[in-house]
Design a protein around this ligand. Structure first.
Ligand code: ZN
Length: 134
């Protein structure tokens, strides 16, 4: 089962402008920046209570975020749920008919194992499962 909404991912074109905007919106500065080179993405984190906001900026033209921005423009990209056992959740969701975008969890930003579900199997919403690496 899902433990909580761990973060909401938002795709942005220009992190310099968006960092100012989200700092003003949330009333707190970005506390962490991390690049995930394998995904061609730079991430920026904000803490809002128990949940985080993750801004996503492309670092390469062929990265998934660059393609998303090209197709849909800036905006909400995914909802990430924290899980206790990502392998068990992947198995459960696959059995429920959800389409997993990767067969094995991969290493994401923020010290997490992650797996995405295809938005076409979840009402158009890209879902991320994440489990803290301990
Ligand atoms: Zn995420």
């Amino acid at each position: 089962m899902m433990l909580k909404v761990e973060h909401i991912g938002i795709a942005v074109k220009d992190s310099a402008a968006s960092l100012k905007l989200f700092e003003a919106l949330l009333g707190t500065p970005c506390y962490k920046t991390e690049e995930v080179e394998s995904e061609g993405v730079k991430t920026f984190f904000y803490q809002t209570g128990d949940t985080k906001i993750e801004l996503l900026e492309a670092t390469r033209e062929d990265s998934p975020i660059a393609k998303f921005l090209e197709k849909k423009g800036e905006g909400m990209h995914h909802i990430a749920f924290e899980v206790a056992d990502i392998h068990a959740e992947m198995e459960r969701l696959q059995a429920e008919g959800f389409i997993l975008l990767n067969k094995e969890p991969k290493k994401g930003a923020d010290n997490k194992l992650i797996c995405f579900l295809h938005p076409k199997s979840s009402n158009g919403v890209l879902i991320e499962l994440c489990q803290e690496i301990r």
